[in-house]
Design a protein around this ligand. Structure first.
Ligand code: FAD
Length: 418
């Protein structure tokens, strides 16, 4: 088997960023990235594809073009972890040995969990910004719909980019308002959760848009089936005693955010928690049972917002801590739970939610520049013009602007093996 200082599972936002951050700190370290995908997507851009602002081609680059110089790329899927012998196996029969392992494979979009959805996705007015294939179909629907009923759904938490389901809705409404046809379209937000957005500071601004667009806000309604041919979506509600009721709703356009869960190869591994997520400490991102394993991104059980913004703050923490473990020292770099969600409330305006663990607001900019709790044009410019560049040219290349990791004087815990 081949042997590396660091093996990285997943060449998405987390995997590439950690590799780049490691090489910035220690150019000679030997690294392999394992990923079956030949393309890498900037998923935050899909909201703007669905909103008619970006072309979807702008959001994707060949994986090979993003692998940092000097890193070995292994085009395969990891199937099994062998944490007691420091190795992983892949679906093409390889075994790769490591001194430290970094795991960032994202999560599973569970389209199959909703009967009827897969069959009709991409036709009959059923769309989703959560996939490269269908994000352009959202904008096509928005342009074609002149009257009728539009439903936007949100599944139970956790989901990646928790604001994305409503971003799709606001951008659609903004376009219908511009065309002066919003009054002829009945818009409903069916959210399985009990609140519009998880961090209370941002809710008043979002509520003002719910009012402005005259959206029916249906909380506690979970999409459980779709009949594309008949254009009927079925929702389930649960009352205080746990009794479930099903409601059928007709639609002309249905934007679905799919239910999300841990990937099977993580769930079935010895490295997951009871719910199937990759089991790491929320501060150091070190695995709870194996000193030389780290995890970041959407696949972990840390209670931050599952966003690329979170990955941007996590990658340097993992890089620091991996290098510590390679020299048999306890990890001291700390992740504070930072995540961000730029909520596109109308074309040209964004409510920029930024917060860390516990829902504590953590703005990157002074309020006179961008007040995250208010819709702003500057925040829109940030999302449209600056953040894609920060992603491709900054974070994937190991530049750590505004996210220097906090280094604790005392390690939060000692290496178990020391
Ligand atoms: P990913 O970037 O998804 O990468 C995972 C990689 O692992 C993939 O390349 C995959 O092929 C690979 N992989 C999977 N299984 C295996 C395996 N068995 N072996 C090897 N490799 C494997 N974030 C923001 O910050 N702001 C936003 O505005 C925003 N908006 C979003 C809007 C939408 C519609 C979506 C879908 C996401 C949005 N996000 C946003 C979230 C952001 O894209 C993710 O949080 C981020 O990509 C997570 O990085 P990751 O490395 O965990 O996973």
């Amino acid at each position: 088997s081949q042997q590396f200082d660091v093996v990285i599972v997943g060449g998405g936002a987390g995997g590439i960023s950690v590799a780049a951050s490691l090489l910035k700190r220690q150019p000679g370290v030997s690294i392999a990235i394992i990923d079956p995908a030949s393309e890498h997507s900037y998923q935050p851009g899909w909201t703007l594809v669905g909103g008619g602002v970006f072309k979807r081609e702008d959001t994707r680059r060949p994986m090979a073009s993003l692998i940092p110089h000097g890193v070995t790329f292994i085009p395969a899927a990891v199937t099994t972890f062998h944490p007691d012998s420091n190795a992983v196996s892949t679906d093409d029969g390889k075994v790769l040995g490591y001194r430290t392992l970094v795991v960032s494979p994202g999560l599973k979009l569970n389209w199959e969990a909703i009967p009827g959805l897969k069959e009709t996705l991409g036709k009959n007015g059923v769309t989703s910004n959560y996939s490269w294939d269908t994000a352009p179909y959202t904008w096509q629907n928005v342009q074609q719909l002149k009257r009728g009923k539009a439903i936007f759904t949100q599944p139970p938490m956790p989901i990646k980019c928790a604001g994305a389901p409503q971003k799709a809705m606001y951008l659609s409404c903004s376009e219908w308002q511009r065309q002066a046809i919003l009054k002829d379209i009945d818009v409903e937000f069916c959210n399985a959760g009990g609140v519009l957005f998880g961090v209370a500071d941002y809710v008043p601004a979002l509520m003002s848009y719910i009012d402005r667009y005259d959206i029916n806000l249906s909380l506690g309604q979970n999409l459980v089936a779709v009949d594309g041919e008949r254009k009927i979506a079925t929702f389930e509600t649960t009352d205080a005693d746990g009794n479930k009721t099903r409601i059928e709703k007709e639609f002309d356009m249905l934007h679905v955010c799919p239910p999300q869960c841990a990937l099977d190869f993580i769930k079935n591994s010895p490295l997951s928690d009871d719910a199937g997520w990759f089991d790491v400490y929320p501060d150091t991102l070190q695995h709870k049972r194996y000193d030389n394993i780290f995890g970041l991104g959407d696949g972990t059980n840390t209670p931050n917002a599952k966003t690329a913004a979170a990955v941007r703050a996590q990658a340097p923490v993992v890089a620091e801590n991996v290098l510590s473990v390679l020299v048999k020292q306890s990890p001291r770099a700390i992740y504070d739970g930072y995540g961000s969600c730029p909520l596109t409330v109308e074309r040209g305006k964004i409510v920029l939610a930024e917060f860390c663990y516990g829902g504590k607001v953590k703005p990157s900019f002074p309020t006179w520049f961008i007040d995250g709790t208010q819709p702003s044009y500057l925040a829109w410019l940030l999302k449209e013009k600056t953040l894609p560049w920060v992603y491709w040219q900054g974070m994937l290349k190991g530049h750590e602007w505004l996210v220097a990791p906090q280094i604790s004087a005392q390690p939060p815990r000692q290496l178990q093996s020391a």
